[in-house]
Design a protein around this ligand. Structure first.
Ligand code: CAA
Length: 382
């Protein structure tokens, strides 16, 4: 087992760290407060290659591997979770899906502007009545005589929905076939029949724009079907496997930021005549935080490595996401506790870390869904 990173991997890590610390960390609290979308920062991240890390250079990306993606995501998330949410959806749910299942023409047309950061991509699976039970979707795609489709329905919780140029959409094209009746489509948000609905007021990742989107007799030409008709659910599940590695990386970055802040505070804060870090109750928290952080990071890197070998990596991705998100929730909780009143105050970033951590246990498959995926794969039972 080789724990060393390649020069390329270290290079993107260093680019991401530099940008995160200089351009994101100083403004993260302001964006969290205002809920404004950090458009200029996202554009610059695109220019640095951070919005399409695994996308080949000929389609506008950085042409790197999954480990490089994890390392860069950790750096961005350590500065601000909202920026890393936008980065994650763009990289994995959108670009990765099209790269894997799109035609050559679709990749050139729909990946290049998004991977280069010129525009932003989104992924639309969830609906108001179908979250974990994704095949219960009601958004309907009706095939026309010329092979085109007409879409009607609503999708919810769409990350970057209000600003996206293109959306990878999943809709039911044959309800009798359930999972095998779902088809994937490329949506151009500038076309007639696409509308943005209500924006979600959220507990955390407030600067990432999240909204409902609606389709009213939206016409998709035959050439914008992604993969084949009825293959959409497998595309969505495959894309989410990769997406879950992104969320695990985000949780690791967030945990690292909370852990490092805790180490500093444990040294600096004095009580009963000494640094609070010298008390065993604080030391126990620090040791447990360190173990959970390192385990989450290693499991996330293992999932990325497994993905790079080809073949299915659903279990590794689910193990990484479940472990890293629960570690992030626990670590940020303990970090607030060690900081006491300052952990609860908006003068320090701990309360933001704590609020941001919660979403990692919910989106791209709840912790309950990760457990279901792991247990089904391990036992072979349903
Ligand atoms: N890769 C490829 N194919 C897969 C797959 C995978 N990871 N998982 C399942 N499939 C295939 C199955 O093999 C099966 O194929 P066949 O029909 O040929 O047998 C088909 O898909 C149906 O699979 P299941 O019977 O297992 O489906 P299910 O209805 O029991 O659901 C589930 C499985 C794991 C619960 C799934 O619905 C799921 O993951 N739900 C959570 C959805 C989710 O993560 N939503 C997040 C939305 S994105 C988001 O968060 C927003 C954002 O912008 C960040």
């Amino acid at each position: 087992m080789d724990f060393r990173f390649s020069d390329d991997q270290l290079s993107i890590q260093s680019i991401a760290r530099d940008f995160a610390q200089k351009r994101i960390a100083p403004v993260a609290a302001d964006f969290d407060k205002s809920g404004e979308f950090p458009l200029e920062n996202i554009r610059q991240m695109g220019q640095l290659g951070l919005m399409g890390i695994e996308v080949p250079v000929e389609y506008g990306g950085a042409g790197m591997d999954s480990i490089a993606y994890v390392l860069a995501m950790i750096e961005i998330a350590a500065a601000d979770c909202a920026h890393s949410t936008i980065m994650s959806v763009n990289n994995t749910l959108y670009c990765n899906g099209l790269l894997k299942f799109g035609s050559e023409e679709q990749k050139r047309k729909y990946v290049t502007p998004i991977a280069s950061g010129e525009a932003i991509g989104a992924f639309a699976l969830t609906e108001p009545q179908s979250g974990s039970d994704a095949t219960a979707m009601r958004c309907r795609a009706v095939r026309q005589g010329d092979g085109s489709f007409v879409i009607n329905g609503k999708k919810s919780w769409i990350t970057s929905g209000p600003v996206a140029k293109y959306v990878l959409l999943f809709a039911m094209s044959d309800p009798d076939k359930h999972a095998r009746g779902i088809t994937a489509f490329m949506i151009d948000t500038a076309r007639a029949g696409f509308h943005c609905g209500k924006t979600e007021p959220k507990l955390g990742i407030r600067a990432s724009a999240t909204c409902e989107i609606e389709f009213e007799d939206y016409h998709v030409p035959a050439e914008d079907v992604i993969g084949s008709e009825g293959h959409g659910f497998k595309i969505a599940m495959g894309v989410l496997d990769a997406g879950r590695i992104g969320i695990a990386s985000q949780a690791v970055g967030l945990s690292r930021a909370a852990y490092q802040a805790t180490l500093t505070y444990a040294h600096d804060r004095k009580a009963f005549g000494q640094s609070i870090g010298s008390f065993q109750m604080i030391q126990q928290k620090i040791a447990d935080m360190k173990c959970k952080l390192d385990a989450a990071e290693l499991l996330t890197l293992r999932a990325a490595w497994t993905k790079q070998q080809g073949g299915r990596f659903s279990t590794e991705a689910a193990v990484a996401k479940l472990s890293a998100s629960e570690a992030a929730m626990w670590i940020t909780h303990q970090a607030v506790q060690v900081h006491g009143g300052m952990g609860y105050s908006k003068e320090m970033p701990l309360e933001r870390y704590f609020r941001d951590a919660k979403i990692t246990e919910i989106y791209e498959g709840t912790s309950e869904i990760q457990r279901l995926v792991i247990a089904r794969n391990e036992t072979g039972l349903r």
